[in-house]
Design a protein around this ligand. Sequence first.
Ligand code: CA
Length: 216
Amino acid sequence: MLQVSTPSFNRTSYQEYSSPAPISLTTSISLSFHPTSSNGLILYIGDVSTTRDFLSLSLVSGRIQLRYDLGSGVAIIASSSVIPLNQWTSVTVNRVRKDGILVVDGVSTNGSSPGFAGLLNPVGNLYIGGGAGGVGGYQVSPNAGSHVGLTGCVDTATLRVNSFGLGAVISSRGVIQCQVDPCSHSPCQNGGSCVSSDLTYSCVCPLGYSGDQCQE
Ligand SMILES: [Ca+2]
């Protein structure tokens, strides 16, 4: 049983993490988020000072977009339907070289990036939210999809990148505690029960399971 808290973002706020796993050849991401506005950058991997390569997840007019540039052009893979605001939505991304699959609440969309490049490299840090630049902001690719940050919450405790959880926060700006009941999207796996208090939650795991979300 471990207490975890859920960050809330407001257009210019963000968290920066070191990239948690080797992701240049394949990148898989799973996350749950709770938007209160229909536009904003959710997640960004890249560093415009060293490479054009990036991978982003953003909300554009209510549709989720997965975008990446491996060095020879941008893939844009968009969810077909508009997602509801003020609800938790789960998203998974699977990229193998140029080919990507975006799954939003169980519905898949496929796409590919143009040209010959197949590696996401060099890999920059991972950011949640933000991306507006300006004083204290971080710079994103002009092709990143959204240039304002997400408004809403991201369950960073259950976020996985190539099966790894996020490490420690390197830097952060303007992040506050999410006001949504963190148990409302059932974060506990394998039959664990969720207990929320003071906007944090813990999972009580059945016998044989452990980990923050009873995932082990
Ligand atoms: Ca590349």
